[in-house]
Ligand binder design. Structure first.
Ligand code: S5P
Length: 268
């Protein structure tokens, strides 16, 4: 299983340069925390990105909840991502037909493909959606862009299970240039057929919170330690960090919990 291999080695062996960079950032900063920065104004978003930037590997946005979204939002995020060395992940959860998704990814007011290194997509509508994102990346000559397939969801009663999750893995294998991994709670795939290079999908796990079990709207949490034991590589945490009375110490706490669990996992 790839989960017992160090991030440094996985990054060095990975054919996708974006994954190489992601693992490099994680090793350099000793963090596998993805901050789910679900703030609703540009000022709040940029303030938290600046103060927590040193402790995270990736900043995840829901850019369509920012009430005063504009060029300053994107410029600010991009500058902070460079200053603190983290990647930007827009949690757009693309779900439509390929043609529509291409327009949503490339254009509109958000122009997501211009600034988000990572996006995610659901395969509810079939393979065309992954094909559409893949095509946009290839035609745009964008090297450092990747898609995560939402193979499972943490909310109560999620239908992303069983055959749906299995097909998520199947589609991922067909688009290795653009699909870098999954949003899931476990390592869904780690096989390495003898005639192909080792398959290595990165596992991003959401629903991570140290002090809560869930919320009244169906969210279900686990801790950084159980998520890492289950096969996660990167821990996505939102309210557990940004809504804490002291977000900086919360970020450090998640960073330490995640990194300790990672080091235990790769220990010989
Ligand atoms: O299955 C999922 C997938 C995602 S991307 N469950 C989730 O909660 N998410 C997202 O992760 C969700 O949209 C939110 O931005 C974040 C969880 O936030 P938290 O405050 O509950 O940690």
């Amino acid at each position: 299983s790839r989960s017992t291999v160090s991030f440094a080695q996985r990054g060095a062996e990975h054919p996708n340069p974006l994954v190489g960079r992601l693992f490099e950032i994680a090793e350099k900063k000793k963090t596998n925390v993805v901050l789910s920065a679900d703030l609703t104004t540009t000022k709040e978003l940029l303030t938290i990105a600046d103060s927590l930037g040193p402790y995270i590997a990736v900043l995840k946005t829901h850019i369509d909840i920012v009430s005063d979204f504009g060029p300053d939002t994107v410029q600010g995020l991009t500058e902070l991502a460079e200053r603190h060395d983290f990647l930007l992940f827009e949690d757009r959860k693309f779900v439509d037909i390929g043609n529509t998704v291409q327009k949503q990814y490339k254009g509109g007011v958000l122009r997501i493909h211009e600034w988000a290194h990572i996006v995610n997509a659901s395969i509810l509508a079939g393979e065309g959606i992954i094909q559409a994102l893949d095509q946009t990346v290839r035609e745009g000559g964008l090297e450092d862009r990747g898609t995560l397939i939402l193979a499972e969801m943490t909310s109560k009663g999620s239908l992303a299970i069983g055959e749906y999750t299995r097909l998520s893995v199947e589609y991922a294998r067909k688009y290795p240039k653009s699909v870098i991994g999954f949003v899931s709670t476990t390592e869904l795939s780690n096989h390495s057929p003898s005639n192909t290079p080792t398959e290595d999908f990165v596992v991003f796990t959401t629903g991570v919170n140290i002090s809560s079990k869930g919320d009244p709207l169906g969210q279900q949490y686990q801790t950084p330690t159980t998520a890492m034991a289950g096969g996660s590589d990167f821990l996505i945490a939102g309210r557990g960090i940004y809504a804490s009375p002291d977000p900086v110490s919360a970020a450090k706490q998640y960073q330490k919990a995640g990194w300790d669990a990672y080091e235990r996992r790769i220990a010989p």
